[in-house]
Design a protein around this ligand. Structure first.
Ligand code: 3H9
Length: 706
C-alpha cells in the first residue's frame, strides 16, 4: 500500500491503495512508519508524500465506520488518527504533500498535518464528512481554520463540497499550484521539498493561531452559522458539531481543541443519521453493479442523441443532454409545439443565468446543442433516442414502430414512460435488445434519479451503456424491472392511497403534508400532487381501473377525482389540493377540500376523528416499506439499497433517514409487521404483510441487519 524510495536526498512516499487511496486499516500506520524511516535516514533531507494512480487520497476507508458499534470504539478510532498525524506533523524534516485528483476527508487532514502542500490546478480538496453525517475526525476542524480562517472552514465542513485547488490556494490551504501531469507535480514537490530543507525552518499547522484581532470575528462567524442552522428545517447533528469543533479551534489550544473534536466526532459516528448516510454512500455505488451485466460489458459511445416530444419532460431531458455537452435533436409534431418547448427551455436557462448558476455564454452553448425538428431527419445518425411523448400506450407503440425503422441497428431506444410496459414498446420496435426505459423525474434537468427499466429482452450492452450515460448526465442510474409504475411510482401509489384514506378518516391535507415535511420530505403528498398535476394521477387511476391491475391493490380517491372534474389540476391551474394566488406557488389551505372530505366521510358512514401525527407518519412510511418489500420479493429491484437510492433521489426522501427500507429497519421490522396487522384489522384488508417482511420480522432481522 505504501512505497518508499529515496533519490538525491529526497524520500518519496507513495500511497498505492486503489481505487482511491483510501486510508484503510494499516495505511496511515504505514505512512507514519515510512516518515519515521525518512527521519532516521541521514541521507534524506526532506520527504514528499504523493498518491499513486488518479488521486491523492479520498479519505479514511468508509468501510471502517460500519464496524464501529460503540462510542468508545469511535473515539478510539479518532484518537489513533490524531496520534499518527501528530507524529507525522512533529517530524524533524520537511514533508511536502503533492496533491492530484482529490484530497478529501482524512486525505486532506493528512495533507494538513504535513508541512507544505503543492497541488495540480485540476485537483480538489474538501472535508465531505458532513455528507456521511460526520465531522472531520482526524484534526480537520482544528487545522483547517488555522490555515484558511474560520468562515471558509465553516463552509467547507458544513457544505461538504470540495473546492478546486485554485480556491484552496487563494484561501491558504495549498501553498503552490502546478499545471500539467502527475509527473510535473512530483517534480514540483521534490523541488519544493529541497528548497524547504535548505531553508531550515518547518511550518507546522498546529502551531498557527488565529490572530488575536481576528478572534472576535471568528467567534461571531461561528455564532452566525449556528443561528442559520437553527432556521433550517432539518439540520444534521453533525452541522452543529462542526460549528462547535471549529469554535474550539479558536478558543482552545490545539490539543484541547483536538480532544473536543474527537468527542464530537464520536457522537456523530454512532448517530442514526450517520449510519443512514454511510448506508446510502455504499447503496448508491452498489446500485451501479447490475446482476447479469458483468464488469467489462461493452458500452456504446453516445455522441449524438434525439428526443421525441418537446413537452415538459422532453424539454427537461434535452437540457440534461445539452448540459452534458451532447448534441440533441428535439422532435415534436408541429412548429407550434416545438416553439413552445424551445421557449420553455430558454426560460429555464434564463432563470439559471439570473440566479448566477450559469453564464450567458454557457446558455448559448447549451441552446446551440439543441436542434428543434418536426421530422425524423438525422435520426439515422444518433446513438440514442429518448421517447417522451404523451403517456399513451398506442402513441408510444407507434413511435417505437417508427424508431425501429429509421434508426441505426445499434441505436439505444429509450422510453421515458413512467408506468407503461417496456416489452410492448420493444415488440413494436422489433429491436428488443436495444429497448430500455429511461424514466427521468420531473424536472428532468434537476432531479438526480434515472430509473433504468430493463425489459425482458433488453441486452446487457444497452443496460451498461445506460448506466454509463446516467453518470455522464449527472444522474444516479438504478436498474429496475418492468412492472406497472416500476419501483418509484409503484411505491408512490401506495403512499398516496394511504394519504387519501387518512384524509377521509379525518386528517387534513395541511396536517398530512406538515407531518411529512416535518419528517424531512421536501414536500408532502398533497403538495407533491399539486406540483405533478392531479390530472396525471387521475389518468393513472383511470388506466388502473380499466386494466387488469385494477382493484383494491391500487389507490382510488373520490376527492381527487372530484377536484379534477372541477378543473383543479394543481399549481398549473391555480388550485388543486390547495389554492394559489396568481403568480405564487405558496399553497393556501382551501376549506373546500375539507368540505369535500367531510361530505365523503358522511356518505360513507366514516366517523371523522383527529388523526395523531404519529399515525400519519407510521401509516405512510409503513405503506412504503411493505410495497418496497413486495417489489424486492418479486425481483423488480435487485436490492433493498436500490429502493432506498430510488426514493431518496426520486422523491427527496430525507437522506439522513437512509431511505424507506433503512428507515423501516430503524423502526424495527417487528414493529412494522405489528402495524400492518393492526391496519389490516382497522383500516382495510388490502394491508397484507409481504412474505419477505414477515419472514425477516419473525426472525428478528431487518432488510439490512442479520
Ligand atoms: C473521513 O475521512 C473521516 C475522517 O475525517 C476521520 C476519521 C477518524 N472509503 O465514487 P466512486 C470507493 S470520511 C472507501 O464510484 P468516482 C467507492 O466505494 C471519508 N471506499 O468513484 C467505489 O468502490 P466500488 C471522507 C471509497 O470517481 C470506488 O471507491 N471522504 C472511498 O465517481 C470508486 O468510487 C469521502 O467522503 C472511501 N473514502 O468518485 C469521499 N471513496 O468501485 C468519498 C471512494 O467498489 N468518496 N471509495 O463501488 C467520493 O466522494 C468519491 O468516491 C470520489 C471518487 C470523489 C473520491
Amino acid at each position: 500500500m505504501i512505497r518508499y524510495e529515496v533519490g538525491d536526498g529526497i524520500a518519496v512516499i507513495t500511497i498505492d491503495n486503489p481505487p482511491v487511496n483510501a486510508l484503510g486499516s494499516g495505511v496511515l500506520e504505514a505512512i507514519e512508519a515510512a516518515v519515521a524511516r525518512g527521519i532516521d535516514d541521514r541521507s534524506v533531507q526532506a520527504i514528499v508524500l504523493i498518491g499513486a494512480g488518479e488521486t491523492f487520497a479520498a479519505g479514511v476507508d468508509i468501510n471502517i465506520f460500519t464496524t464501529m458499534t460503540t462510542r468508545e470504539q469511535s473515539l478510539a478510532l479518532s484518537e489513533a488518527f490524531h496520534t499518527s498525524l501528530k507524529n507525522i506533523e512533529t517530524a524533524s524534516k520537511p514533508i511536502v504533500v503533492a496533491i492530484h485528483g482529490n484530497a478529501l476527508g482524512g486525505g486532506l487532514e493528512l495533507a494538513m498535518s504535513c508541512h507544505y502542500r503543492i497541488a495540480l490546478s485540476s485537483a480538489r480538496v474538501g472535508q465531505p464528512e458532513i455528507l456521511l453525517g460526520l465531522i472531520p475526525g482526524a484534526g480537520g476542524t482544528q487545522r483547517l481554520p488555522r490555515l484558511c480562517g474560520v468562515p471558509f472552514a465553516l463552509d467547507m465542513c458544513i457544505d461538504g463540497k470540495p473546492v478546486p485547488a485554485s480556491r484552496a490556494h487563494a484561501a491558504g490551504i495549498v501553498d503552490q499550484l502546478v499545471d500539467g501531469s502527475r509527473d510535473a507535480l512530483l517534480t514540483g514537490a521534490v523541488a519544493l521539498a529541497r528548497a524547504r530543507a535548505g531553508a531550515g525552518a518547518i511550518r507546522r499547522t498546529r502551531e498557527l493561531r488565529v490572530a488575536p484581532q481576528d478572534v472576535h470575528a471568528a467567534l461571531a462567524a461561528c455564532d452566525d452559522r449556528r443561528a442559520q442552522l437553527g432556521k433550517t428545517s432539518t439540520p444534521l447533528l453533525a452541522s452543529y458539531a462542526a460549528v462547535d469543533a471549529i469554535k474550539a479551534a479558536v478558543t482552545l489550544p490545539f490539543d484541547a481543541g483536538s480532544a473536543r473534536e474527537r468527542e464530537l466526532f464520536a457522537d456523530c459516528l454512532v448517530s442514526t443519521e450517520s449510519r443512514a448516510l454511510v448506508h446510502l454512500f455504499f447503496a448508491e455505488r452498489e446500485a451501479a453493479k447490475v446482476p447479469g451485466v458483468p464488469k467489462g460489458t461493452p458500452v456504446r459511445d453516445i455522441r449524438r442523441a434525439a428526443i421525441v416530444g418537446a413537452g415538459t419532460m422532453g424539454g427537461g431531458i434535452a437540457m440534461t443532454y445539452a448540459n452534458a455537452g451532447i448534441p440533441v435533436l428535439l422532435k415534436d409534431m408541429d412548429d407550434a409545439a416545438l416553439q413552445r418547448g424551445m421557449a420553455t427551455i430558454r426560460r429555464n436557462y434564463d432563470a439559471s443565468v439570473a440566479k448566477g448558476r450559469m453564464t450567458a455564454d454557457a446558455l448559448e452553448r447549451a441552446m446551440g446543442l439543441i436542434t428543434p425538428t418536426t421530422s425524423y431527419d438525422g435520426f439515422d445518425a444518433v446513438d440514442i433516442v429518448v421517447e417522451a411523448v404523451f403517456e399513451d400506450l398506442a402513441l408510444k407503440i407507434s413511435t417505437f414502430g417508427d424508431l425501429g425503422r429509421i434508426t441505426r441497428h445499434d441505436c439505444v431506444l429509450a422510453s421515458n414512460t413512467s408506468t407503461l410496459d417496456i416489452d410492448a414498446l420493444a415488440r413494436a420496435s422489433g429491436r428488443g435488445s436495444n429497448v430500455i426505459g429511461h424514466h427521468f423525474f420531473s424536472p428532468a434537468n434537476v432531479m438526480k434519479l434515472l430509473e433504468i427499466v430493463r425489459g425482458r429482452d433488453t441486452g446487457p450492452e444497452t443496460i451498461a451503456t445506460s448506466q454509463k450515460l446516467a453518470k455522464r448526465l449527472g444522474k444516479v442510474g438504478v436498474v429496475v424491472g418492468n412492472c406497472f409504475g416500476f419501483v418509484a411510482n409503484r411505491m408512490l401509489l401506495q403512499y398516496l392511497r394511504e394519504s387519501y384514506l387518512l384524509l377521509e378518516e379525518g386528517a387534513t391535507v395541511a396536517a398530512i403534508d406538515r407531518v411529512m415535511t416535518g419528517f424531512g420530505m421536501p414536500v408532502g403528498p398533497f403538495g407533491m400532487e399539486d406540483i405533478a398535476g392531479l390530472d396525471v394521477g387521475a389518468r393513472i387511476r383511470e388506466h388502473l381501473r380499466s386494466s387488469s391491475g385494477a382493484g383494491t391493490d391500487w389507490p382510488e380517491s373520490e376527492i381527487a377525482n372530484r377536484l379534477v372534474e372541477m378543473g383543479r389540476f394543481g399549481q398549473k391551474t391555480g388550485a388543486g389540493w390547495y389554492r394559489y394566488e396568481s403568480g405564487s406557488r405558496t399553497p393556501l389551505v382551501d376549506p373546500l377540500v375539507d368540505t369535500l372530505a367531510s361530505e365523503l366521510s358522511a356518505r360513507r358512514g366514516i366517523a371523522r376523528r383527529v388523526v395523531p401525527d404519529e399515525e400519519v407518519l407510521a401509516r405512510l412510511s409503513t405503506a412504503l416499506a411493505n410495497e418496497g418489500a413486495r417489489v424486492l420479493e418479486e425481483g423488480y429491484a435487485s436490492r433493498a439499497g436500490d429502493i432506498d437510492v430510488i426514493y431518496c433521489y426520486g422523491f427527496g426522501f430525507p437522506r439522513y433517514r437512509g431511505g424507506p427500507m433503512f428507515y423501516a429497519d430503524t423502526v424495527g421490522l417487528r414493529t412494522v409487521l405489528a402495524r400492518i396487522h393492526e391496519y389490516r384489522e382497522r383500516v382495510g384488508d388490502y394491508w397484507k404483510p409481504t412474505p419477505l417482511l414477515e419472514k425477516l420480522a419473525t426472525a428478528g432481522r431487518g432488510f439490512y441487519t442479520t
